[in-house]
Design a protein around this ligand. Structure first.
Ligand code: 9MR
Length: 358
């Protein structure tokens, strides 16, 4: 009896202090799940996913190459598991993503004619969006359709279907997922030129009388280089269009960028490699502090605009799983999230919780 009560009270304290609990009156806090997590095989992540978050996005399993690998073949196994897992654990599911130029199944890349690509798009959206309508909360309908200068990305969709493929995607999504919120999702759309492109894109959807419910700013940022002013301007600009604003793939890299001119001399390979992967055995306190400060500055802004923001999703549960260990250089040790390699909360986690209560 005593043990049961103790367990209950621990669970209660945990829930009280969880990210989702701390922010429950402000916005949802989400995370992205990889395949082992959807299969409930990542035992370190499972309690974190269930206790700390209120929303989940699949990292890969709903992308074209996985869910629709051949013209007449769909593979719903993992996506179905994700949706069941979300519903069972009271986690809202954000579908990611219907139309994206990347991670397309090989058959799509080989499509030659406009008619065939249009037929693919119709089949793809109808089949997937209707299957999950009423079971998931939202869709990233179109992902990353813009270049950095704000023009439309030169993708297979633009090339074969013309710019209308975007409004057409939203028309189809609204038709087949009438009970699901519909979003445009992209990175760097807080930056002025790309933001202007995103605003034009959103207005073109709205001008046709089509539904778009929100915009997802991905939020892959760099420690001590968070573009706070651009983020603030973007929250205001997107919400002025009547949209929910979300930060959908948040992580903060602490590693040097190979494109920095001063990062290293690429010709001296050994020096270059060591300089490029400076913390293979743990994050020094000084960098941990910088990471905490960057997260603190961001969440201060999120709290300030919590009436306009509906969700903040981290791109992964813990550092071990992050895509940033493998990109843009493979095999590095990165520390971009708020739970470490052992699933333990980092100082940034406690700071974020404290900010909710201030
Ligand atoms: O996290 C995803 C990683 O596992 C995949 O290998 C990668 C392939 O492109 O996609 C990653 O997720 C991306 C997301 O779907 C869209 N925005 C950028 C994310 C990081 O690349």
């Amino acid at each position: 009896m005593v043990i049961v009560l103790l367990k209950l009270s621990t669970a209660f304290t945990q829930a009280q202090n969880s990210l989702q609990q701390a922010y429950k009156n402000k916005f949802l806090i989400g995370t992205a799940l990889n395949a082992p997590q959807i299969l409930e095989k990542d035992s370190m992540a499972m309690p974190l996913i269930k206790n700390e978050f209120g929303a989940i996005t699949p990292e890969n399993c709903m992308k074209c190459e996985n869910i629709h690998p051949a013209w007449d073949t769909y593979n719903f196994e993992l996506a179905d598991k994700l949706v069941t897992f979300g519903n069972k654990n009271n986690l809202l599911v954000n579908g990611h993503t219907l139309i994206w130029h990347s991670q397309l199944a090989p058959f799509v890349k080989q499509i030659q004619s406009k008619d065939s690509l249009s037929l693919f798009m119709n089949n793809h959206i109808q089949t997937i969006a209707s299957r999950y309508d009423g079971k998931i909360f939202s869709w990233d309908v179109v992902n990353e359709a813009l270049e950095e200068d704000g023009s439309l990305r030169k993708s297979i969709f633009l090339e074969k279907l013309g710019p209308d493929y975007i409004t057409e995607s939203f028309r189809l999504a609204a038709k087949w997922a009438p009970h699901t919120e519909l979003y445009y999702n992209d990175y760097n759309i807080e930056q002025p030129k790309k933001r202007a492109g995103a605003i034009a894109l959103i207005k073109s959807i709205q001008a046709k009388g089509l539904r778009i419910d929100g915009v997802g700013i991905q939020g892959h940022w760099r420690v001590e280089k968070i573009p706070l002013q651009e983020i603030e301007e973007s929250i205001l600009a997107y919400s002025a269009l009547g949209l929910k604003v979300m930060f959908t793939e948040l992580d903060i890299t602490v590693l040097p960028n190979p494109w920095d001119k001063d990062a290293a001399d690429v010709n001296q390979k050994a020096t270059y490699n060591a300089l490029m992967n400076p913390y293979p055995n743990g994050l020094p306190d000084s960098v941990q502090q910088k990471l905490t400060n960057s997260y603190a500055a961001l969440f201060k802004l999120f709290v300030k605009y919590s009436d306009k923001i509906s969700r903040i999703t981290f791109w992964g549960v813990h550092d071990k799983q992050s895509w940033l260990n493998g990109w843009p250089i493979a095999g590095r040790t990165n520390y971009p999230l708020v739970f470490d390699r052992n699933g333990k909360p980092k100082p940034a986690y406690y700071k974020i919780i404290a900010l909710a209560k201030e």
